[in-house]
Design a protein around this ligand. Structure first.
Ligand code: ADP
Ligand code: MG
Length: 329
């Protein structure tokens, strides 16, 4: 006999609570979480004198990650992209919520997903305090909350003409992995790791508070994201695209022009691009050392508008496209 609607709904509801229970058992505790997962909403105690920084990012299957991505990597990345936003604001991570849309209630998938999520959450002491679980095409949405001292958040709209432009880590690895995957080539493991498990630069962001003038995390491609700093700050930028920091893996796989396209326009890097006065060079380098992050000075902020990509001989380089966009008009 076919199962009745109410019976099927009851089974779905049980499965949902079961899943939520499995998530709750894995959520880390913090003593500023007065009430976490399990009530209608979380009750949280923000510290006195701090400002709350809030961000949200969604990952959809087939749009933000290939369908064959391992569930643990999806869990890691869903949190990482949000932590990267907190890093770009110089915020100390505190709490997060997780909205999961799942095609079916599969415990093994969920446990692996939470493995990846928790591994990164534990590293940054961020507590999962609530969320929502629904049926639907695979989609993961995380909100992350962090703290900054009053007025110390790093913003996009404070770049000054004369500022140095810096970038952390290396660029183009994740886009290189995606390019190999799209061409149905074997994906080099070092590149795939950077696509699946980006490193949010939390330590660097915190160390840059009071030193950098402006900051953004590179999610849509260096030139596009630096363009956002320029737009918001009312300035222009000149970037030397000849010596952008590249990993050994990227250098060994792609020739120079293809590499440059990946590094300037690829996206999914989750590095920090920031500007700071040239008088702050020593302080910036110290912030890099303190946080164990490679830093490269790639250009300077100028009066005017727009980002100019320059080659060694001073000639202008034009990328085939600038960054990733979901909606093309
Ligand atoms: P309500 O119907 O009142 O919104 P839910 O049944 O959706 O409550 O959720 C019950 C509890 O489980 C809430 O505390 C909610 O925040 C938490 N929760 C639900 N889904 C998730 C999830 N994916 N991750 C973390 N917490 C979750
Ligand atoms: Mg409720």
């Amino acid at each position: 006999m076919a199962r009745g609607g109410s019976e099927r709904r009851a089974a779905e509801v049980t499965a949902e609570f079961d899943l939520i229970d499995r998530i709750r058992m894995r959520a880390d505790a913090r003593n500023d979480v007065i009430l976490g997962i399990g009530d209608d909403a979380a009750v949280l105690q923000p510290p006195a004198g701090k400002q709350l920084v809030v961000t949200m990012d969604t990952l959809n299957e087939g749009v933000h990650f290939p369908p064959e991505t391992a569930p643990a990597d999806i869990g890691w990345k869903a949190l990482a992209v949000n932590l990267s936003d907190l890093a770009a604001m110089a915020a100390q991570p505190a709490w997060c919520t997780l909205s999961l849309s799942l095609p079916q209630a599969e415990q093994a998938w969920l446990d692996a997903f939470i493995d990846g999520f928790s591994e990164l959450a534990g590293r940054h002491g961020i507590a999962l305090v609530g969320g929502d679980t629904t049926r639907g095409p695979l989609s993961v949405c995380v909100t992350a909350h962090g703290f900054v001292d009053e007025g110390r958040a790093l913003r996009r709209d404070r770049a000054q003409p004369g500022d140095d432009i810096w970038v952390s880590g290396t660029l183009g690895d994740a886009a290189g992995a995606l390019a190999q995957w799209r061409e149905a080539k074997p994906v080099v493991p070092e590149l795939k790791a950077r696509l699946d498990r980006p490193t949010p630069r939390i330590g660097l962001g915190l160390a840059l508070a009071g030193i950098a003038n402006s900051c953004i995390d590179v999610s849509d491609g260096l030139l596009a994201d630096l363009g956002h700093i320029c737009d918001r700050s009312g300035v222009g930028a000149e970037v030397s695209v000849t010596d952008l920091p590249a990993s050994d893996a990227l250098l060994s796989v792609f020739e120079s022009e293809a590499r440059r396209v990946l590094q300037t326009s690829g996206g999914d890097d989750y590095e920090l691009c920031f500007t700071a006065s040239s008088q702050a060079r020593n302080a910036v380098e110290k912030a890099g050392e303190q946080s164990g992050t490679r830093l490269t000075r790639i250009g300077c902020i100028v009066a005017g508008q727009g980002v100019r990509a320059l080659q060694d001989d001073g000639s202008r380089w034009t990328p085939p496209s600038v960054g990733y966009t979901h909606f093309v008009s």
